[in-house]
Ligand binder design. Structure first.
Ligand code: M6R
Length: 599
């Protein structure tokens, strides 16, 4: 997730675009840049935070576009920072999204010189080709986006152009209509201090934005996109109108997952493209995968371990990273150590990864942050592409981790000959349907809130699940604990009766993850055991006929091994609304940090 902004009008563009970028900083902050157009295009860009961007004290341009980056292709370097230009430097482009087919476009443009590792750079080169064929900028951008596969929100300007052209496909873009000029941005936060009159572009829209006018085109004709007045304050706008980043990030999951999966699945052949090149011989001789991770990332690892054993036929253990040194390191030559870490900076996880590497194991980082320590130090890396997560409680990154690790399972299973194309296709088809299934759960938020409000006076909570539902039960309990400060524990459904059942009363509700068909009869027996002790039971279920055992049931759509991941979204919303009703500091819970950089 990156942030883009553009302004054209009567005022100097430099301070407006620079401030707009600062307002978008929460969308990405590993590099930044601005292109100013006063008849000729000047580009200023570099890696690092927006405050560190070297800009001229003054500039006469009244048109500019800017970008703050969250890397997906290429390290956060000066060369990879946006805006990107063609060879002449006349065409400047800022982009949010991922161009899936950039490699094939790049080879088509073999006569052009590329200076970055980004997917974006193909865009100015394509635009330049069309401009040199005599097209105007609008037609050149229209012709260019016809060639692009993937997601994009772009703004393009060129020397001699009044204003810029913008286009959107699967990435947000909003127009701002001011008195002295017009704006475009990834969200309204960027320009809220200048105008509250906005219109939202839709997929397939292209717009020509000048100081005097905004014209939106779709399928070759002009269209009206209604102008609305935003009444949010800046703080709320940054959170997309939600009260907390955590809630915004829960709701971002369908979009984040589309980005995670973009260009990586072939549901027909059952293959995945993770830009990963583990030698086939190495994978075939692999005896064990060891996942090292902490907290939520550890739960994602536990989910993945069950998939890897089932579909890739490889023994997989999951260690709490801080405990790895006491257990890991067996037979390192035939062990792949997978470090799962959102931030890529968690000290315990880095320490486990380093220990594995020094023992001779190959290491693979699964992380959200391009250029993080884990990404740099591991032998191989796969990015989960969830975009920045601000809330301390991990939500969308858990979903993106499990989705990425499911793809890794398919990759390893296919390479080892353990997974047929048909079974792989089913897993991938479920991944493809995952964003839509999660949206169905998000649409049930009102009902989840009601149940949460009814239970805020409880003494404590238990979460239970079997097989893939167990890691999700643990994750549900962790989420509730960390933001509501109410005690909660997650258990394997069959384990409660071995002691903890003694604590179950009418004041300790039980949330049961009833999904993926793993011994449903036994799991329902476990539910009956707690129900008969008087505990309210809330089921998150894809099973038939469970209602009679439950006080409340939330239905999870059929999605095979991904059902528990969908169920987890109910648990996230539940935790959020309990904590919200209790007035907790949801985005910054007491005693916790987003990234724990000490052992
Ligand atoms: O950045 P990491 O994924 O390595 O962080 C690991 C844990 O600190 C983290 O998952 C933590 O448990 C979550 N913030 C909890 O919501």
């Amino acid at each position: 997730m990156c942030g883009i902004i553009g302004y054209v009008g009567a005022d100097g563009a430099l301070p407006i675009v620079a401030t707009g970028l600062k307002n978008l900083e929460y969308r990405g902050y590993d590099s930044a840049g601005i292109a100013l157009n006063n008849g000729t295009v000047d580009v200023f860009k570099q890696s690092g935070e927006i405050d560190d961007l070297t800009l001229p004290a003054e500039h006469s341009a009244t048109c500019g576009i800017g970008h703050t980056r969250w890397s997906t292709h290429g390290q956060p370097t000066d060369a990879n920072a946006h805006p990107h230009t063609d060879e002449s430097g006349d065409v400047a482009v800022v982009h949010n999204g991922i161009i899936d087919n950039y490699e094939s476009l790049k080879s088509e443009l073999s006569s052009h010189t590329f200076t970055s590792e980004t997917d974006t750079e193909v865009i100015p080169h394509l635009v330049e080709e069309h401009l040199s064929d005599g097209d105007d900028l609008l037609s050149a951008v229209e012709a260019t986006i016809e060639r692009l596969e993937g997601s994009f929100a772009i703004a393009v300007t060129t020397s001699g152009q009044d204003g810029f052209v913008v286009a959107r496909q699967d990435s947000p873009l909003v127009l701002g209509h001011g008195e002295d000029g017009n704006f475009v941005a990834s969200d309204v936060t960027a320009f809220l201090e200048h105008t509250r009159e906005v219109s939202y572009l839709e997929d397939g829209d292209v717009a020509l934005v000048t100081g005097a006018d905004v014209t939106v085109y779709h399928d070759g004709g002009t269209v009206d996109r209604p102008v609305q007045t935003v009444d949010w304050e800046a703080d709320a706008a940054e959170k997309g109108g939600y009260d907390h980043y955590m809630l915004k990030e829960i709701h971002e999951q369908p979009q984040a997952l589309r980005q995670t999966l973009s260009g990586r699945l072939d549901t027909v052949t059952g293959d995945v493209d993770l830009e990963l090149d583990l030698p086939e011989q190495y994978l075939n001789s692999l005896e064990e995968i060891q996942v090292v991770a902490c907290g939520t990332s550890n739960h994602a690892g536990q989910y993945a371990a069950r998939l890897l054993e089932q579909f890739a036929d490889v023994r997989t253990t999951v260690e709490v990273a801080s405990e790895y040194e006491f257990r890991g390191g067996r037979d390192p030559w035939r062990t792949l150590v997978v470090a799962v870490t959102q931030s890529g900076e968690t000290a315990d996880t880095l320490s486990a990864m380093r220990r594995a590497a020094s023992a001779g194991a190959r290491t693979l980082a699964v992380t959200n942050v391009v250029g993080s320590t884990a990404a740099r130090e591991a032998d191989d890396v796969v990015y989960i592409r969830a975009g920045p997560e601000i809330g301390v409680a991990a939500t969308k990154t858990f979903a993106a981790q499990v989705a990425t690790l499911t793809m890794l399972t398919v990759y390893v299973g296919r390479q080892r000959g353990a997974l047929s194309g048909d079974r792989a296709s089913t897993l991938l088809e479920n991944l493809r349907r995952l964003p839509g299934a999660i949206q169905q759960v998000l649409d049930e938020e009102d009902a989840t809130r009601e149940v949460a409000y009814d239970l805020i006076d409880s003494d404590g909570f238990f979460f239970v699940g079997r097989h893939l539902g167990w890691p999700v039960a643990m994750e549900g309990a962790l989420k509730l604990k960390e933001i509501s400060y109410i005690n909660a524990e997650g258990f394997a459904a069959g384990e409660l009766k071995h002691g903890t059942l003694a604590l179950v009363t009418e004041d300790t509700p039980v949330l049961a993850v009833l999904t993926d068909g793993a011994k449903p009869d036994q799991t329902l027996n476990n539910v009956k055991e707690v129900e008969s002790r008087g505990a309210p039971v809330i089921g998150v279920s894809s099973l038939d006929d469970t209602t009679k055992y439950l006080d409340v049931e939330f239905a999870v759509p059929d999605l095979g091994t991904l059902e528990p991941l969908v169920a987890n979204v109910f648990l996230q919303l539940f935790a959020y609304h309990v904590a919200d009703a209790l007035g907790r500091s949801i985005d910054k819970p007491r005693n916790l940090a987003k990234s724990v950089t000490v052992e």
